[in-house]
Design a protein around this ligand. Structure first.
Ligand code: ASP
Length: 328
């Protein structure tokens, strides 16, 4: 599992640096806060959640306990949050899939991302990389395009479930090329990446948080970043435009939510703790090293996140429609 010592180091440093505790004067939080992570341990959502959660625990004066509430491409965690007490002691890290694309993809989605939660703030924005197993015959995006068009029936595309961002972002790539490979679902891209490293699957679209350490270790091949510019975390990786697939452009995000009727002072404290984590030099450096970008001040606010999620739901609707994919 790729969750290293630096979580503890970062948290200790953060707490020792005296991250101002805001717990004393108020009732919230009166006990540890549970952070629901909709995907398996070791994947991007988990890594970012643990990093930010440890620092938030210092600020809140109560530990933030991570719980991997996995299932249905991350949407079960949303259901769990809806049924949790609305007092701020249970929060969730959602993402582009669980809180935007799922609306168009999943006719049975049990929640409305804007109406049914209290937004806390956007956590990070992540570039998406197209990666292949190290033993794959393709060494460039152009070669991979030729390969996958010729081998789509045999090609295996790992993802974290229909509606996860690894699914929807590769769906965009596959739709642009007009190929329908075999989808191989996992409980998160942590385990999916493990199988890519082991050479069990051909390709995976994933975030720098997960990709960068493997890329640097040379255990996978990273063929492109789906952004307009090269990623600062992996500057040697060409953009999709450089690789000849300019329409493969997509970024994803993580965001924090509380149950809908959480009292405003508790949401405000969670937001304050989130912003303190994102402003902390150690957390910031780690997120940047992992290829994640810190959102603008406006998007770190509940109101900014609320309108952002609404816009993202709109943005993903035509992409999902064009792909013809639906959750059964
Ligand atoms: N973010 C990944 C996805 O949705 C899952 C994960 O974080 O493990 O594909």
């Amino acid at each position: 599992m790729r969750i290293g010592f630096w979580f503890n180091a970062a948290a200790t440093a953060a707490c020792m640096a005296g991250a101002a505790s805001i717990a004393q004067a108020q009732n919230f939080p009166s006990k540890p806060v549970t952070m629901l992570i909709p995907f398996a341990a070791g994947g991007p959502t988990d890594v970012v959640g643990r990093l930010v959660g440890e620092h938030m625990g210092c600020t809140l004066g109560q530990p933030v306990i991570i719980e991997n509430a996995v299932g249905a491409a991350g949407t079960l965690a949303g259901q769990r949050l809806m049924g949790s007490p609305a007092d701020g002691h249970v929060i969730l890290i959602g993402h582009t899939g669980t809180h935007a694309a799922a609306v168009s993809l999943n006719p049975n989605l049990k929640y409305r991302p804007v109406e049914d939660f209290a937004p806390v703030g956007l956590v990070n924005i992540n570039p998406i990389f197209l990666t292949v197993r190290k033993t794959h015959p393709s060494g460039t995006l152009a070669e991979f395009v030729t390969w996958v068009k010729a081998n789509e029936k045999a090609a295996s595309n790992a993802h974290a479930g229909v509606g996860s961002v690894s699914h929807t972002t590769c769906l965009l790539f596959n739709t642009v090329l007009g190929v329908k490979p075999n989808g191989v679902p996992y409980r998160g891209t942590g385990p999916a990446m493990n199988d890519l490293v082991a050479g069990q699957v051909d390709y995976l679209c994933d975030q720098a948080v997960n990709v960068a350490p493997q890329h640097r270790a040379g255990t996978i091949k990273t063929l492109a970043v789906a952004s307009t510019a090269r990623a600062t975390a992996l500057p040697d990786v060409p953009t999709s435009t450089e690789g000849g697939v300019p329409d493969f452009k997509v970024e994803v995000w993580n965001a924090m939510f509380a149950p809908k009727d959480t009292p405003a002072p508790a949401v405000a404290k969670l937001n304050q703790a989130l912003k303190a984590a994102l402003a902390d030099a150690t957390v910031k450096a780690k997120l940047n090293e992992l290829g994640a970008e810190i959102p603008s001040a406006e998007l770190q606010e509940p109101a900014g996140l609320r309108s952002f999620v609404g816009a993202e739901i709109e943005r993903w609707a035509p992409i999902i429609k064009a792909s013809g994919v639906k959750v059964e």
